[in-house]
Design a protein around this ligand. Structure first.
Ligand code: ATP
Length: 264
């Protein structure tokens, strides 16, 4: 799926010199990125690198100390989260955050509350995830982690966003389940969506991304197309080991086992 980058036009989403604090902690330090229509832009980095903070700030859930967020040619830095959703920014949060006492269908209905006009309906989500329709009346607490992740994706899709922010889809899921979940991406992209995703599973990120950025302790340590960066560069950027060659101890980075075991 890794394809060319259509950078001729204007970016759909642009982050300019974003700095975000959590109290005294500078979680992001002058981070910038430009996401072009139709691409899959991946943010990679270890625990605590600032990946979730970046996505959440784009969604409007954290207020930046400095910097700007532009969406579709407009400055949305001070726009409230629900207004950003209406404009077309939707997020699948880390840990899924479903209403577990509600059914699959009720969770999808909640996602459609601020829905824009567009191709995604609850029925379309049922087509995307073939198992889901017949379990529409089941409470999401009864689903597996992978199934819950699919519902969380569906809930974001039915809002008909223009950009989908995906935070750690792989978290706590078995590799085969992760593959299955990411299998939905081509169909999602075919409806004109743009994707900005965060992954600790570097191999998975590189498989699907057209562009990537690595964060380390709130700083950008690497940016480029997956085809233009070497494994050594990615590892050095991920671990903060400038100039260090890859060693046998770094295998975990490529097996996805850096993924934390949080979640189910
Ligand atoms: P992870 O994979 O562990 O979620 P991450 O790259 O997504 O890592 P963030 O969750 O953005 O990193 O966290 C960046 C830093 O900010 C970390 O040091 C984290 O402890 C801290 N942090 C995140 N959210 C908060 C918060 N709400 N209050 C205080 N500190 C926070």
């Amino acid at each position: 799926m890794t394809g060319g980058r259509l950078t001729d036009g204007a970016p759909l989403l642009e982050v300019r010199d974003l700095t975000v604090h959590h109290g005294q902690l500078r979680a992001l330090d002058r981070v910038s990125l430009r996401v072009f229509p139709g691409e899959v832009y991946a943010i990679i980095g270890a625990n605590g690198a600032g990946k979730s903070t970046l996505l959440r700030t784009i969604a409007g859930l954290h207020r930046p100390t400095e910097g700007e967020i532009w969406f579709d040619g407009q400055d949305v830095t001070r726009v409230r989260p629900e207004r950003r959703a209406v404009r077309g920014i939707a997020m699948v949060p880390e840990g899924r955050r479903l209403f577990e006492s509600l059914t699959v269908e009720e969770n999808l209905q909640i996602g459609a509350t601020y829905a824009r006009k567009g191709p995604w309906t609850i029925e379309r989500v049922y087509e995307l995830f073939g198992w889901m329709a017949e379990r529409r009346s089941q409470r999401t607490a009864q689903l597996s982690g992978g199934e819950q992740q699919a519902v969380a994706i569906g809930r974001a899709l039915v809002a008909n966003p223009r950009v989908l922010l995906l935070d750690e889809l792989s978290l706590g899921l078995a590799p085969v389940v992760v593959q299955r979940i990411y299998g939905m991406l081509p169909q999602v992209l075919a409806t004109g969506l743009t994707v900005l995703l965060v992954e600790q599973d570097v191999s998975q990120a590189l498989r699907v991304a057209s562009h990537l950025q690595c964060l380390l302790e709130g700083h950008t340590t690497l940016e480029g197309r997956p085809s233009d960066v070497t494994a050594e560069q990615v590892e050095a950027a991920y671990f903060g080991l400038a100039g260090r060659a890859a060693g046998p101890g770094d295998d975990s980075l490529w097996s996805g086992s850096t993924t934390s075991s949080r979640g189910s």
